[in-house]
Design a protein around this ligand. Structure first.
Ligand SMILES: C[S@@+](CC[C@H](N)C(=O)[O-])C[C@H]1O[C@@H](n2cnc3c(N)ncnc32)[C@H](O)[C@@H]1O
Length: 251
């Protein structure tokens, strides 16, 4: 079982209100999607539960949604069916994408929502970025969002318990993150994520998963993008902010 197959069941408790609605999720990227031709070919290569893919399809784009987790792909398919959206879904690791799609197939590739740190070390990350780059046509753009790992690492290993219950589908869930921060940047780090729900009869239901991740510094990401033929066109990186968006253009 790959990471996220358990969390896929309770993923809505882990995402912000703004990401729950497909139209709102897609609107968060309006500054880049407005640059696309109508009928653009776009790929969401870590589609999770599918809200962004469905939102982009709602804007008239030709969407493909992929993810390494079969359970996430099934959730995306379910959301597409419920909302009447129609697009191709494929279960694929980033490094497998080029087995499924030809070079220069897409105008825009999205890798958003703290996904890239799951690529295994610098080698895995560059291989993932290389696949994404190959799939972009010249002038196409990769849109990537990331945690600010400089900040995350500075806080060290810790337990983060949400200070209020998250309500989804009429049920409350308590969200817990346990961070295992390794001494060195390049070492495997781990995040254990749990969603705890209390049933009407007082019994407690816990869904949790231990995920591996390999953090990177912003400067490293910039040079890795450059090494695979992607030029950073826009970045919101700020050393004090929790996360950032990078838009990189295929040269
Ligand atoms: C934090 S979730 C983000 C999901 C979605 N993009 C969002 O913003 O809500 C990370 C996603 O990356 C996927 N993922 C992790 N490793 C991957 C890999 N090597 N190739 C493709 N997808 C991967 C996970 O299955 C998961 O759906």
């Amino acid at each position: 079982m790959t990471g996220y197959d358990v969390l896929a069941e309770v993923y809505e408790w882990l995402i912000s209100d703004a990401k729950l609605t497909p139209a709102e999720f897609a609107a968060a990227f309006a500054d880049v999607t407005c640059l696309l031709p109508s009928n653009a070919q776009v790929l969401d290569c870590s589609c999770g539960t599918g809200q962004l893919a469905v939102g982009l399809a709602g804007l008239g784009m030709q969407v493909v949604a992929t993810d390494a987790s079969a359970a996430m792909v099934r959730r995306t398919e379910r959301l597409a069916e419920e909302t009447g959206a129609s697009f191709l879904t494929v279960r694929a690791d980033w490094e497998e994408l080029t087995d499924h799609f030809g070079d220069a197939s897409f105008d825009m590739v999205f890798c958003v929502g703290n996904s890239l740190h799951h690529a295994e070390g610098a080698r895995g990350r560059v291989a993932a970025l290389e696949s994404m780059s190959r799939l972009l046509r010249r002038g196409g753009r990769l849109v990537l969002t990331s945690r600010n790992w400089e900040l995350v690492r500075s806080r060290g290993s810790r337990l983060d318990i949400s200070d209020r219950m998250v309500r989804r589908n009429g049920r409350d869930g308590l969200v817990i993150y346990r961070w295992e921060i390794a001494p060195q940047w390049e070492q495997e780090h781990r995040i254990e994520i749990a969603v705890v729900q209390v049933e009407g009869d007082g019994s407690v239901l816990v869904r949790s998963e231990l995920l591996s991740c390999w953090p990177y510094q912003y400067g490293e990401l910039e040079s890795e993008l450059h090494s695979v033929g992607l030029r950073v066109e826009k970045s919101t990186f700020d050393p004090e902010a929790e996360g950032y968006v990078v838009v990189a253009t295929k040269e």
